[in-house]
Design a protein around this ligand. Structure first.
Ligand code: AMP
Ligand code: MG
Length: 354
């Protein structure tokens, strides 16, 4: 299959791309589309065969449910059984935007989409091209990240082409993603709202809106063997480049001394802006220490670049976990398969839920 890359730079290109994507989606085909978080691999959420193709193309485990994307609020009633007050409040403040809510599913949504759960994940993206495509399709759109399962999520159309060329009929190029990490996921299906995956909508903002919000243990730690995952996606190794990633805790100076002393080739460092001086290894900066939005935007891009360079090992300065930092931290601990080095403490110690 030849994959057509649709530009959206001009108004005419954009309408042509939207029309083509909507036609493909209605025909049960897959299309990679830009969103403000990462690129999504879109299909008709009501069509089990189309949804199964998503799982096959990505190599995604079947028990990892998909997020259903809608273009406007009335469409919410078509995909969920009931909309609690908490969901209305969150929608009012954060939709359209990078927030996914888990709600009781409407029977119209097939098992293939929710992995058989009686809940469904719903999001209204803000990216104008994504919204135009969803609206033109007239369908709820299932869309996980448009990468092969396990690889870093794609934040440009070129990444999508890398992973999916020849496997899907179309990729729509909407430029680089604004946030660069996947949406915040909160479940409203239980007693108390619970954060399942941190993203650009922060825990602090959710608490401002709802009051009490629990944090799932999988957000900052590794699930024990056999422990049930509230969000099935959290149990899988994720976002991993081929290079071995290690998170390093400690000061910038301690980091520099540690990394400089490492023997061997193919070792790279990922540091905060302005920290490269004095490093004897090649390094990338991924934003200022306090600038979590830039860190989030750069993260997957850099992980992919490091693979292109043939990096063997990558040592990363650990971000703080306030605000969007929690999302950056959450992706990094998975990219690192929970491998930490504590400078001044025991090496390789696993993270606990702090
Ligand atoms: P992705 O589409 O790859 O960004 O991942 C979607 C995330 O949402 C995964 O971690 C899923 O496990 C999670 N998710 C989707 N639907 C549900 C649901 N009904 N209940 C809990 N988690 C869900
Ligand atoms: Mg994904």
């Amino acid at each position: 299959m030849e994959t057509i890359l649709y530009p959206t730079g001009t108004g005419a290109e954009r309408s042509a791309a939207v029309r083509a994507a909507a036609r493909l989606l209605r025909a049960g085909e897959l299309v990679a589309i830009p969103t403000e978080t990462v690129y999504g691999l879109a299909a008709n959420a009501l069509d089990p065969a189309a949804v199964e193709t998503i799982f096959r193309v990505k190599g995604r485990p079947n028990d990892n449910p998909l997020i259903v994307h809608i273009a406007d609020l009335p469409a919410l009633d078509d995909v969920v059984r009931e909309v609690p007050e908490s969901a209305r409040k969150l929608a009012e403040r954060f939709w359209p935007g990078p927030l996914t809510m888990i709600l009781p599913r409407d029977p119209r949504i097939p098992d293939a989409t929710t992995a058989g759960l009686d809940t469904v994940a719903v999001r209204m993206p803000s990216h104008p091209v994504a919204r135009a495509i969803i609206r033109a399709s007239g369908l709820p759109i299932a869309a996980p990240s448009a990468n092969l399962s396990g690889l870093p999520s794609p934040t440009t159309a070129a990444h999508c082409m890398r992973d999916l060329s020849g496997k899907v009929p179309a990729v729509v190029d909407g430029g680089a993603c604004e946030f660069g990490v996947e949406s915040t996921v909160i479940t409203l299906a239980g007693e108390t709202p619970r954060l399942l995956r941190p993203g650009a909508v922060t825990l602090e903002q959710l608490r401002e809106t709802l009051g009490e919000v629990e944090v799932d243990p999988a957000v900052t730690g590794r699930l024990a063997e056999g422990q049930a995952a509230a969000s099935p996606g959290m149990k899988y190794k994720h976002y991993s480049p081929k290079a071995e990633v290690t998170l390093v805790r400690g000061s910038a100076a301690a980091f520099r001394a540690y990394v400089n002393a490492l023997p061997g080739e193919g070792i790279y460092a990922m540091v905060f802006s302005g920290e490269g001086e004095g490093l004897a290894k090649p390094f990338f900066e991924y934003g200022a220490e306090g600038d979590h939005l830039t860190q989030a935007r750069e993260l997957f891009l850099l992980l992919r670049q490091l693979d292109d360079l043939g990096a063997r090992a990558v040592y990363v300065r650990t971000p703080a976990t306030d605000g969007v930092g929690l999302a950056v931290y959450n992706r990094l601990i998975r990219a690192a398969a929970f491998h930490f080095v504590e400078l001044g403490g025991p090496a390789g110690r696993e993270d606990t839920n702090e």
